[in-house]
Write a protein that binds this ligand. Structure first.
Ligand code: PLP
Length: 432
């Protein structure tokens, strides 16, 4: 994380002390580094230098913040979206509709219509009936929708079970053995310009072997479909490259990935699309939090911070590991469980962790939360949605407001309920 470092004893995001951000915005707050976003975006692009025709589409689900998307749009990235909401987010950020790929297992008719009307550049179809619906909607508009068939190659990505997507038993894509007949049928539909294949086998992949196996299967299918007379010009290789979450771990070897892709696809003669999410955004974000209490525990103390599982779900959801550091480390260490205020035992960020010595009131932060962090937040326990800040050099700005009482803003009493009465008063009246 070149952009998050100690200077004068205080952790900085680029040139801005995290203490300054905490004073300005309070905590918990996500802080993103524009510089790290750009560096990762360029690293990814550079590694694919050997690929002549390519399109890079950032997976918006990893981080849909408009300011983050804007930085990536300026780097020439389009978007991979999975909902109408993400379509709006990508367009809002200034991305070209033409550079948007629409993925996702459950696209609705309305979402398909909105994407057609916006002029989305590619639809990745997940089932035959979806292709039929898209073809019909496009034909009604006198249009021919550019599409690929997402296949499920039945390869295990060797990652966490909840983020593997390329096994036959997972809901994603068309079983690779069924693809030729479905491709034959969809290719005849007016309204559909079926132009290739898509694959995405999972996330946080560090070992390239499963990716290579999946791509080779797609290559064999590509050749088979051409033998059947189809013209394929596009293949979407998805995302999935992993990053280092723990000290001592390494990011996926992006240079080796680029070389592997160049090798596997050298005779494909197609334009390749890539959909990196985590690899671009994860290291660009931290979650700034304040220690509320340090509570004695049976073996070690509990460090209770003001961030909770509703702000950062990954540890509760995936047993994910996030490094945790003091903003002003004093050189001492402690062993602690790091927990949040939510009333769930699952609201535990780390157990028996060696961390910087912390006391109530101290600032600290979780590392590597720029992907699948803020976007998974909820208002569980009627908590606020955390603020988000973008840093660029010595500038910083709030790019998502803290939303207090977000849970109530959208609630209403039913018309037959007597609003305005406190529940205590209601009970009193009932007892009368
Ligand atoms: C989630 C997803 C991605 C991004 O995955 P990362 O692991 O974040 O790179 C890309 N494509 C599709 C279809 C996805 O579902």
């Amino acid at each position: 994380m070149p952009s998050f470092r100690l200077a004068g004893g205080v952790m900085h995001a680029e040139a801005v002390p995290l203490t300054t951000i905490a004073e300005a915005t309070g905590t918990p707050t996500y802080v993103y580094s524009a510089q790290t976003l750009r560096l990762s975006a360029r690293r990814f692009r550079d590694a694919l230098g050997g690929i002549p025709h390519k399109h890079l589409a950032f997976a918006v689900k990893a981080n849909p913040n408009c300011a983050v998307l804007r930085v990536l749009a300026e780097e020439g990235y389009g978007a991979d979206i999975v909902s109408g909401g993400e379509l709006a987010a990508a367009l809002d950020a200034g991305m070209n509709a033409h550079d948007i790929v629409f993925s996702g297992t459950g696209k609705t008719r309305r979402e398909l219509q909105a994407a057609l009307d916006a002029g989305v550049g590619q639809f990745n179809l997940e089932l035959e009936a979806e292709g039929e619906m898209l073809a019909q909607l496009a034909a009604e508009r006198g249009y021919c929708a550019p599409a690929t068939l997402r296949v499920n190659p039945d390869v295990d990505a060797a990652t966490h079970a909840k983020i593997t997507t390329g096994r036959a038993s997972s809901k994603f894509g068309i079983p690779i053995n069924d693809a030729p007949t479905i491709y034959d049928r969809l290719a005849t539909l007016p309204g559909l310009q079926l132009r290739g294949l898509a694959v995405h086998i999972g996330s946080q992949i560090l070992d390239l072997a499963p990716l290579q196996a999946a791509y080779e299967r797609v290559g064999a299918l590509l050749a088979g479909l051409r033998k059947r007379g189809h013209v394929l010009t596009h293949v979407d290789l998805g995302g999935g490259l992993g990053v280092a979450y723990r000290k001592g771990q390494c990011d996926a070897d992006i240079a080796a990935y680029g070389a592997m892709v160049a090798h596997v696809t050298k005779d494909w003669d197609v334009s390749l699309t890539f959909e990196p999410g985590r690899f671009i955004a994860a290291a660009a974000g931290i979650l700034l939090t304040r220690v509320l209490w340090v509570k004695p525990g049976p073996a070690h103390p509990f460090v209770i911070v003001d961030a909770a599982m509703n702000d950062l779900m990954r540890p509760a959801l995936y047993d994910a590991w996030h490094e945790f550091s003091a903003v002003r480390p004093n050189g001492s260490q402690m062993i602690a469980d790091i927990v949040g205020p939510v009333c769930e035992t699952g609201d535990t960020f780390a157990r028996d962790r060696h961390i910087d010595q912390l006391s109530p009131g101290d600032l600290a932060f979780f590392h590597t939360v720029g992907a699948y962090g803020a976007t998974m937040a909820s208002t569980y326990n009627c908590r606020a949605l955390a603020a988000e800040v973008l840093v660029d050099g010595d500038r910083f700005a709030v790019v998502a407001d803290r939303l207090d009482q977000a849970a109530f803003a959208r609630q209403h009493f039913a018309p037959w309920q007597r609003s305005g009465l406190s529940s205590a008063k209601m009970r009193e009246e009932m007892e009368d």
